[in-house]
Every structure is written in C-alpha cells, then in structure tokens.
Design a protein around this ligand. Structure first.
Ligand code: HMG
Ligand code: MG
Length: 311
C-alpha cells in the first residue's frame, strides 16, 4: 500500500501511563519485571515511570528504583516524565537519559493536572530543557487534550499547534499529541495533523490515543495516512490519566502491533512476546486484558502449548 510509512516507532507507555491509573498496588519489582519483559519483546522506547509528586500520583512513587533496577537493553530508551526541575534532577540522579515534559492545550486541564497555567508550565519546562541540553539528555514533549478536554469540551487545533510549536522551539526532539480522554474521531485526527503539521514537521510528531470511545486504532490509521509514524500505546490497554475522569486506557499495544503487521509496517517488536507481557501484567493487576488482539492471540498461544507433545 502506498502512502503509509514502512516503519513505525512504538513508544510503550504501559509502565507509566498504564500503571499510573491502576488501583491495584504494583511493586517496584513488578514494575521492573514489566519493563524487562517489554525490552525483551523488542520495544526500543519504554516509558518507565514519572518523577512527579507522590502525593499526586502515588502509583509512580519510587520510579528512581525502577530506573536503577531495570536491566537496560542496549539500543532501548527508557524515558520518564518530569513536571519541573526537581523532577528532572531526581531523574538524572537515577540515570535517566531521556525525559518527557507534559503540557496541555486546555487551561483547566493544565490546572487540574499540574496545578498551573499553560504559560506557567512552559516557564517551568525552560530550565528543564536547558539543564537537559547541558547533560545530553533528550527531551520529549507532550500536549494533552488535543481532541477534547474533560473540563472545557472543545479544544481548537490552533491552540494545540501553538503549544506544540513552543515545545519544539524550546528544544523537544518530538511532540506527542495526546487524546487524553479518547474522544476524538479519525476526521478530527486528520484535521489536527493538518493544522499542527504546518508548525511542527510531521516526522517530529507522535500520536498518543486513549481508547475511551473505541476510536484509538481508527485514529492511528487516519494518522498513518497523514504521515505520522510514531505512536504511544500500552500493553493490555492499561491505564488513563488520574486527572481526566472517565478516561479509560491507552490504545492497547497488541492491537496496534496487529494492525501494523497486517499493513506490512515494521516495528521491530515481537507481537507474541508483547502478548505475553500484556497477559502477565493483567494477571498481576487481577483485571481482564484490555487488548483484543492480546486476548485472541493469548488463547491461540495457550492452545498451541496444550497441543504440543509432552517431553
Ligand atoms: P504543586 O503542589 O503545585 O507543586 O504540584 P509544589 O512545587 O508546590 O510542590 C508540592 C509538593 O510536591 C512538595 O512536597 C514538593 O516537594 C513536591 P510536600 O512539601 O507537599 O511534601 N514535588 C515533587 N515531588 C516529587 N517530584 C517532583 C515534585 N515537584 C514537587 N517532581 C506538581 C505541582 C507538578 C508537582 C504536581 O501537580 C504533580 O506532581 N502532578 C502530577 C501530574 C501527573 O503526573 N499527571 C499524570 C501524567 S500526565 C498524563 O497522563 C497525560 C499524558 O499521558 C498525555 C495524554 O494522555 O494526554 C502524558
Ligand atoms: Mg496518556
């Protein structure tokens, strides 16, 4: 098929965006085991956690222990979220080589999520970007609520483009646009890339779709047609944002990989091993696996094991 990228970078955000919203306690050892299972599956970008206030997001406490505990696979990046310089310094001390700052396209969401206005958040990120440059740390930028806000409703694509362009100008190497509440549809997604693409090169943009309304995979396909080739997703469709009520999990990685494999698009990730990682973390959390392809392929893998002749 022409017009589609030949290769897609999948950014696995399960250990961060996934686990930050889960109610069941997950130990540091289990968070480390998840990251290791994901790198074993071939993911080369694994968001390992965040250095935010543990009062705000208790699930992400001890991310320093996660970062220092994982078996780093050569060629794999382990970005972590930082909301301010204090978070950046803690991340650096724990050996982070890549961080992500996170802004929003909606004022009320910015206030609820990080307790400041959009402009104040960008002011806070400026020293982070400066320090990161000095330390040789790569910085990714997020913009939330790009296709709707839980507090203000509609968000104008121009507003998304303005925030994304500022993050780029400040030195972020890539801007991930988050449909935080998973409300957007493919037509809106295409319009968004069209507008934002005028200010940020498309090869520096990524799609981050939550699946609240079942549109995430369709939004990815629409984005592929617009030349976007980096997508964030979480195994087993884990997660959501604690400050976006009603928002369910991320796009499930297994479903994304199944779509991309079907289109002949290379990701370098083993779907089979991603399915195993998704099944494992679902069992740890004691909740159903949110990945449809994960469930279907998991059943087939179990069937194949059962049919295998004994030793
Ligand atoms: P604040 O209360 O305005 O900050 O929170 P503060 O500077 O006044 O500090 C308050 C307390 O937090 C102090 O501790 C600080 O030391 C501490 P206390 O004196 O009360 O014991 N603190 C920190 N602790 C650890 N690490 C830090 C840090 N900074 C301050 N870096 C703050 C402001 C940003 C800290 C807070 O609002 C916060 O942590 N928010 C976290 C929000 C969050 O993690 N949201 C989820 C991630 S975003 C997301 O999911 C969307 C995304 O997936 C894309 C999409 O889907 O759209 C990325
Ligand atoms: Mg998210």
């Amino acid at each position: 098929m022409s017009g589609l990228p030949k290769r897609v970078q999948v950014v696995e955000v399960g250990p961060r965006d996934g686990l930050q919203n889960e109610q069941a306690p997950v130990s540091v050892a289990q968070r480390i085991a998840l990251c290791n299972a994901l790198s074993h599956a071939g993911f080369t970008a694994i968001e390992a956690g965040s250095f935010v206030s543990p009062r705000w997001v208790p699930q992400m406490a001890d991310t320093d222990q996660v970062l220092t505990g994982i078996s780093r696979r050569p060629g794999t990046r382990y970005p972590v979220l930082v909301p301010n310089l204090a978070g950046f310094e803690a991340a650096l001390a724990a050996g982070a080589e890549e961080v992500a700052v996170f802004a929003a396209a909606s004022e009320p969401f910015s206030q609820k999520n990080i307790n400041c206005s959009i402009a104040q958040s960008l002011e806070r990120f400026a020293p982070v970007l400066q320090a990161a440059q000095q330390e040789g740390v790569r910085v990714r930028g997020y913009v939330s609520c790009v296709l709707g806000c839980p507090y203000q409703g509609q968000v104008a694509p121009d507003q998304v483009a303005a925030v994304a362009a500022q993050l780029l100008a400040m030195g972020c190497y890539e801007i991930s646009l988050g449909d935080t509440i998973g409300r957007g549809t493919p037509g809106q997604a295409r319009q968004l890339w069209e507008v934002v693409g005028r200010r940020v090169p498309r090869d520096q943009l990524a799609g981050h779709f939550h699946d609240t309304y079942g549109q995430a995979l369709a939004n990815v396909y629409a984005s592929l047609l617009e030349g976007i080739a980096v997508f964030d997703s979480a195994v087993a469709g884990l997660g959501g944002c604690p400050y976006a009520q009603g928002a369910t999990g991320n796009l499930a990685t297994e479903d994304l990989l199944y779509l991309l494999e079907g289109l002949g698009i290379d990701t370098g990730v083993s779907l089979e091993l991603a399915v195993q990682a998704g099944a494992w973390i679902s069992a740890v959390l004691g909740r159903p696996n949110g990945a449809k392809a994960g469930q279907a392929l998991g059943r087939r893998q179990q069937g194949a094991l059962a049919e295998r002749p004994g030793p």
